[in-house]
Design a protein. Structure first.
Length: 379
């Protein structure tokens, strides 16, 4: 656990006031599971909010008691790391609709006394930001020094800058887009159909039925994982390597890449025990994200009230959220004379690159966070 935050303990904020969702539904009450690292300074101006991606959660750094696996962004958050907990107070919450402690499909519906399951309402990026703003108020933080996120988390960063422009000084958007392409929406739909076609799905009420659509969820994860990697990365890692000495000419697993994908799908559906309804909700929220749609599809108009400064980062081999999509974000910000830095980082790791060690990426990230740190000290 060298250079780690060490052991961390999740917290839960219970909010009794109803949350009106974009869909028109109402959550009468809800919980937000979250973790914090570092200390809030006397000026209360050094708080960083981390927004997680599709299968992520609030456990972004450090270790849970008895667990040898660190948080999902442990390489970048901690003492002496780019987001340095010696200087910043870091907050990360689990999104509503998830299955990692915040209210979601696996929670009890207070109106029925039963697990929500498929009855949990559709949630959007805007709903997540609205609930995160409740957490901000609970922590008595007037303004985030920065809101940071990769992939789906980057979409939340942009939503924060649009909906609460006065509540963040910096937005850091990594490997994200202003909206999904038709191809991305199609990938998500195939993943959802894999889950919903599983005979154990039971129209989303599988918990009540005592089953789990493991097969469908594993297929959905296999497809998702495939899109997170680049062709070059998969070629370098697996090529056409066989599992055995010779071909068997059957439909069993014969290539190493097949074995790898099956393992990833099985692990996600069993060992990680991710909820299938949560997977449906998260992919739908990705599909719906399109802030410019409220402004006549004018990307620049969407950021007209934004006050934050920005760092936007993309990766050369990311074909799911390509550099071209990040440059669209940059252009929309520049159209509003917003202070924005843009970096396109060489990487062979595809979309997953934002989670992995990379010297160039780390250097850019660290330099920008020093700028944020200096502003906190000067305020």
């Amino acid at each position: 656990m060298t250079e780690s935050i060490g052991i961390v303990t999740p917290q839960t904020l219970h909010i009794d006031q109803p949350l009106a969702l974009v869909s028109g539904a109402l959550l009468p009450q809800y919980d937000l599971r979250f973790e914090t690292y570092g200390e809030l300074n006397a000026q209360r101006n050094n708080a960083i909010l981390i927004c997680h991606a599709l299968s992520g959660d609030h456990h972004v750094a450090g270790y849970h008691e008895g667990d040898d696996k660190p948080g999902w962004w442990n390489d970048y958050i901690g003492p002496g790391k780019p987001i340095d907990t010696n200087h910043f107070f870091v907050v990360c919450s689990n999104n509503l609709g998830s299955c990692r402690g915040s209210t979601g499909p696996t929670s009890i519906n207070p109106e029925t006394g039963k697990v929500y399951g498929a009855d949990f309402p559709i949630v959007t990026c805007r709903d997540w930001v609205q609930s995160q703003n409740q957490l901000r108020q609970h922590l008595a933080i007037e303004q985030w020094a920065a809101v940071v996120g990769g992939s789906m988390g980057g979409m939340q960063v942009m939503q924060w800058a649009i909906d609460y422009p006065e509540r963040l000084r910096h937005g850091i958007v990594i490997a994200a887009a202003l909206k999904l392409s038709a191809q991305n929406i199609a990938f998500n739909e195939v993943a959802r159909r894999a889950i919903m076609s599983d005979p154990e799905f039971h129209e989303g009420q599988f918990i009540e039925a005592g089953t789990t659509p493991k097969g469908g969820l594993a297929l959905a994860r296999m497809l998702g994982h495939l899109t997170y990697l680049s062709d070059d990365m998969m070629g370098a890692k697996f090529g056409r390597e066989l599992r055995a000495d010779k071909l068997k000419y059957s439909f069993d697993v014969e290539f190493q890449v097949e074995s790898y994908l099956r393992y990833q799908g099985e692990k996600f559906a069993t060992k990680q025990n991710f909820d299938a309804n949560t997977y449906l909700l998260m992919t739908k929220a990705l599909d719906y994200f399109d802030p410019a749609s409220e402004f006549g599809n004018d990307l620049s108009a969407a950021f007209a009230k934004t006050q934050a400064k920005f760092l936007v980062v993309s990766f050369t081999s990311d074909w799911r959220f390509s550099p071209a999509r990040s440059r669209e974000i940059v252009r929309a910000l520049l159209d509003n004379d917003i202070d924005v830095c843009y970096a396109e980082v060489e990487s062979e790791h595809g979309h997953d690159a934002f989670l992995l060690p990379n010297t160039h990426y780390e250097g850019i990230f660290r330099a920008y966070m020093r700028r944020v740190e200096q502003e906190c000290a000067q305020a």
